[in-house]
Ligand binder design. Structure first.
Ligand SMILES: C[C@@]1(CC(=O)O)C2=NC(=C\c3[nH]c(c(CCC(=O)O)c3CC(=O)O)Cc3[nH]c(c(CC(=O)O)c3CCC(=O)O)/C=C3\N/C(=C\2)[C@@H](CCC(=O)O)[C@]3(C)CC(=O)O)/[C@H]1CCC(=O)O
Ligand SMILES: NC(=O)c1ccc[n+]([C@@H]2O[C@H](COP(=O)([O-])OP(=O)(O)OC[C@H]3O[C@@H](n4cnc5c(N)ncnc54)[C@H](O)[C@@H]3O)[C@@H](O)[C@H]2O)c1
Length: 148
């Protein structure tokens, strides 16, 4: 059974992203479209995230995550390339009552991150219910090309 596509007002909502690599960058690029308040904890950042941090569009805490750093976030994204770290992020986020999305483990996701297509007021989110990332990518590309 698929998940219900709930469209939420993210304006000003606190989002904490642990990890500053390729997938974190893709997620943050999408989330910024929805005007949320983003903090990244990571020793390293991609060039794109570094630029966003320099422009004060995101907040950067330059360090490795350690258990105890999560406060009252609306959403926490575990986006490191380390399973143990991501699992710890999951445990702490659940304990603190935050919504959580973990990029390397669908069982640890409260929701799946969709492919997002925006055309003015039309917002489309695509998922394959966690079963087929390639199909999501292809479907999203088809919509981007055909939506006018
Ligand atoms: C839609 C999109 C949004 C985004 O990421 O922005 C997205 N994955 C995308 C791409 C993609 N994902 C992966 C690859 C490389 C491999 C490949 O090519 O197959 C590529 C391709 C690429 O990166 O180009 C690998 C992967 N993904 C997940 C796992 C772990 C697992 O399944 O447990 C692993 C294995 C990691 C490993 O083995 O280490 C998990 C999830 N990925 C999801 C979303 C969630 C629901 C997906 C659904 O609805 O089916 C879910 C369940 C949870 C979540 O992350 O929220 C985006 C397309 C956006 C677009 O094209 O616009
Ligand atoms: N959900 C998806 O769509 C998807 C797609 C492809 C891959 N993946 C999974 O995502 C993982 C990450 O992929 P990527 O391409 O973003 O990796 P990446 O190497 O580009 O980024 C990893 C980031 O994690 C940071 N990091 C590592 N340990 C940390 C710690 N202790 N505290 C804080 N930050 C830490 C690094 O500094 C880096 O910024 C992969 O290993 C794979 O399992 C998920």
């Amino acid at each position: 059974m698929g998940y219900f596509p709930m469209f939420i007002d993210m304006t000003g909502k606190k989002v904490l992203v642990i990890g500053g690599g390729t997938i974190a960058t893709r997620r943050i690029r999408t989330l910024l479209e929805f005007k949320c308040d983003i903090t990244v904890i990571s020793l390293g950042l991609t060039a794109e995230l570094k630029e966003l941090s320099d422009q004060s569009k995101i907040r950067w805490k330059k360090r490795e995550y350690s258990y105890g750093e999560i406060e009252s976030e609306f959403l926490v994204i575990g986006a490191t390339d380390n399973r143990e770290v991501n699992h710890l992020v999951y445990l702490e986020a659940k304990k603190k009552g935050c919504l959580v999305n973990i990029i390397d483990c669908k069982e640890e996701c409260d929701f799946y991150f969709p492919a997002v297509i925006i055309r003015d007021d039309i917002v489309i989110g695509v998922t394959a219910s966690g079963t087929n990332h390639k199909a999501v990518k292809e479907t999203a590309a088809w919509i981007r090309e055909n939506l006018h």
